[in-house]
Ligand binder design. Structure first.
Ligand code: ADP
Ligand code: MG
Length: 689
């Protein structure tokens, strides 16, 4: 059985088992899903005259007489070089090996071999560095000529892993049962699973390898989409939600209390949300919008509508600072309306918490704002009707499901300031409907952005002083808290020391980072908000949730270590008041790709555009931090590269979900097994009807 432990494989003992376990491989099947990271292509044989420099290639040639051996000394060590001239009739090349004296014994002049190695040009002659070689049999069978290269795991080398997998494929290939129905495979021109798993490891030829690859990518995205849809499906049935009613006078009343008019984009999104709220299908909607586009205001309006309908609503934010900020926004917006708002975070005392929980279950709290303390056990609402998560990308599928589970199919709204392409959003956010705010409120000052390097440090300090003398305040962001011996990166403490050497900064500068206690953090934030502190040096804890309109300068050290989308978010902290603002990105390197990447921020101020470019530059792994999204790790698919599959797969998954048993019959159990495997412990939040 391929579901058995890998210990059953010949040659795998407890030691190897332990190594494999450490990277999550415990069954024979797991091993088959440990894919090569590359291939050595010995199948396309080149003529010597056609070899390209700098690449690994294969060719067939005869070894000429006179294999030479040189010895030389350098730095007190002896080096032996074996050099053999070879030819295929089109040209002559030299195969060169370092410190591999045995080659001279095994390589026989006059015989033909297939060589594979990196081709270089050395003083005008064609050389191949330490090529692998095999004697040419008459048959020259193609099988095995595309060799898999695996990432080494501990002491397990790539060839060792290849042998283990070969053994498995020999013994267990017939045990691989396909979970995809044949008609689906036919529709998409995909091979069966046994073929795919064999040919991803031991390709017969390029076409088979490509077919195998397509099949496995398709599988992975299908299972991912299926799992995510099941999460939503388990809470999104028509008729199970709350049909909210809109009291027009009430809405006019609260809109009238705002110190501004909603932008057209905000109004449009309100209409989309409202259509969901009044329907009896639970809402599952994502609001995307740039920092400062006014998502929070929209969210609060929705919470008020829920409260007006006699329901409670809750807003969860990823950090305590942000939660507090939202809490203040809500209390300001609702002052004098008789609405009870409270804040639940990890820093309440147990008596405070108990009191709050009691009021919550009695229904005395209308709006609860908090950190993920909100989704902990013991937090129970009387009648929760609407939940909102801010900065959705920091919470996973599971947390969203737990949150929604605090009510009876409440409406769900998530907000994100990291906009992503639509197709990708479909996968990442499961089946969320998407609303976008693509317009900033009027009167926003554009932030001027400059990319500099440390040579300009003194000028930068002068600029900071200039702003402070004008009465303004400055944010400074660094990647690390403390100096690191391994990384050449400025820390919060380094920058604090550098700045406060100058008495000008002494007493008006403070550091803020995640290791401070919540009350210390709050104290520093309050002093900065009250303009008592002029310079706030921090890690990215200020990324979200700080609103100090008097701050006009944002300085980021080692900016090359941040993603563009993240830098854009940081920049969103300034330009909030009536003064002209600037963002200075200090690069730790002074040339190259890092600089040109940062320069994108000098040119663009649209968060969507920036996200798109960032995504292209860094790839989805880095950009999204899939873990943070609560997405399972992907082994073979790549959400950007394989984006074109997504709509096709969505359609197949929708079809599947209409009637799983009928469409999939006896494959269903195997299919669910795959979902379970991909989602691991998160699977308990998935249900299948
Ligand atoms: P987001 O949550 O999208 O980052 P916020 O809702 O916090 O944005 O809004 C940012 C700032 O803009 C807040 O100070 C808010 O009061 C203000 N704001 C929101 N909507 C408008 C509007 N339509 N007109 C003017 N100012 C607005
Ligand atoms: Mg509803």
């Amino acid at each position: 059985m391929i579901y058995d432990s890998i210990i059953n494989i010949r040659g795998i003992g407890p030691k190897t088992q332990k190594i494999l376990n450490s990277i999550g491989i415990s069954t024979i099947e797991d091993m088959l899903y440990f894919f090569p990271r590359d291939y050595k292509d010995k199948s396309s044989i080149k003529k010597l005259t056609d070899l390209e420099y700098g690449k690994k290639q294969a060719f067939i040639a005869k070894v000429l007489n006179g294999i030479r051996e040189h010895t030389y000394y350098k730095g007190g060590r002896t080096y032996r070089i074996i050099k053999a001239a070879v030819t295929d009739g089109t040209a002559t090349a030299y195969c060169v090996w370092f410190n591999q004296a045995y080659i001279k014994r095994v390589l026989v002049p006059g015989r033909w071999y297939r060589f594979y190695g990196k081709v270089v040009l050395n003083r005008g002659s064609l050389e191949i560095n330490s090529p692998e070689f095999e004697i040419m049999s008459k048959k020259g069978a193609a099988e095995g000529l595309i060799e898999p290269v695996y990432p080494a795991v501990g002491t397990l080398t790539s060839p060792r892993i290849a042998n283990i997998i070969k053994e498995i494929l020999n013994k267990y290939r017939c045990d691989i049962s396909d979970f995809m129905p044949p008609d689906l495979l036919r529709r998409h021109n995909l091979p069966d699973l046994a073929f795919a798993l064999k040919n991803i490891h031991l390709p017969s030829d390029h076409r088979s390898r490509e077919a195998a690859f397509r099949r496995l990518v398709f599988d992975e995205l299908f299972i991912l989409q299926l799992g995510l849809s099941l999460v939503k499906g388990s809470c999104g049935r028509p008729g199970s939600g709350i049909p909210f009613k809109l009291d027009k006078d009430f809405l006019t009343g609260i809109l009238g209390r705002l110190p501004f008019e909603l932008t057209d984009a905000q109004k449009q999104v309100m209409r989309e949300i409202w259509a969901d709220m009044k329907s009896d299908t639970p809402m599952n909607r994502l609001i995307q919008g740039d920092v400062g586009s006014g998502k929070t205001v929209v969210a609060v309006l929705c919470m008020l509508i829920a409260v007006n309908n006699g329901y409670q609503s809750a807003l969860m934010a990823p950090t305590e600072i942000l939660a507090r900020q939202h809490y203040e926004t809500v209390t300001q917006m609702t002052a004098g309306m008789g609405i009870n708002t409270d804040l639940l975070t990890g820093s309440l005392t147990s008596t405070q918490r108990e009191q709050l929980l009691e009021q919550l279950i009695k229904g005395q709290i209308d709006i609860l704002v908090g950190t993920h303390a909100i989704i902990q056990e013991g937090v129970e609402f009387k009648r929760l009707g609407l939940i909102i998560t801010d900065e959705q990308h920091r919470f996973g599928v599971r947390q969203r499901a737990i949150f929604a589970g605090k009510g009876q199919n409440p409406d769900v709204l998530v907000m994100s300031a990291t906009p992503i392409p639509r197709t990708l959003a479909f996968i990442l956010h499961g089946d969320l409907d998407i609303s976008t705010i693509r317009q900033l409120p009027p009167g926003r000052k554009e932030v001027k952005t400059y990319v500099i390097d440390m040579n300009d440090y003194q000028r930068l300090v002068g600029f900071m002083k200039h702003e402070i003398k004008k009465g303004r305040q400055v944010y400074v962001v660094c990647p690390l808290i403390e100096a690191s011996s391994q990384l050449d990166v400025l820390s919060v403490n380094d920058v604090y020391d550098m700045l406060t050497e100058d008495p000008f900064f002494d007493g008006i500068t403070a550091v803020l980072h995640g290791r401070l206690s919540n009350s210390e953090k709050q104290n520093i934030m309050d002093r900065f908000t009250d303009n008592k502190l002029k310079v706030l040096i921090s890690t990215t804890v200020i990324e979200v949730g700080v609103n100090v309109p008097n701050a006009t300068l944002m300085v980021v050290f080692n900016a090359e270590r941040f993603g563009l989308a993240q830098l854009h978010q940081l920049r969103g902290r300034i330009g909030r008041g009536s003064h002209a603002s600037s963002c200075v990105l200090v690069s730790g390197v002074s040339a190259g790709e890092a600089i040109s990447r940062l320069k994108i921020l000098e040119r663009y101020s649209d968060g969507f555009k920036i996200s798109e470019m960032d995504l292209k530059l860094r790839g989805p792994g880095d950009f999204l931090g899939t873990r943070q999204h609560g997405l399972p790790d992907l082994k073979i698919a790549d959400l950007i590269r394989d984006m074109e599959y997504i709509p096709v797969i969505r359609r197949e998954v929708e079809k599947f979900l209409k009637d799983p048993a009928k469409n999939y019959g006896n494959k269903l159990r195997l299919m669910i097994r795959q979902v379970k495997k991909m989602f691991g412990q998160d699977f308990q939040y998935i249900s299948i009807n």
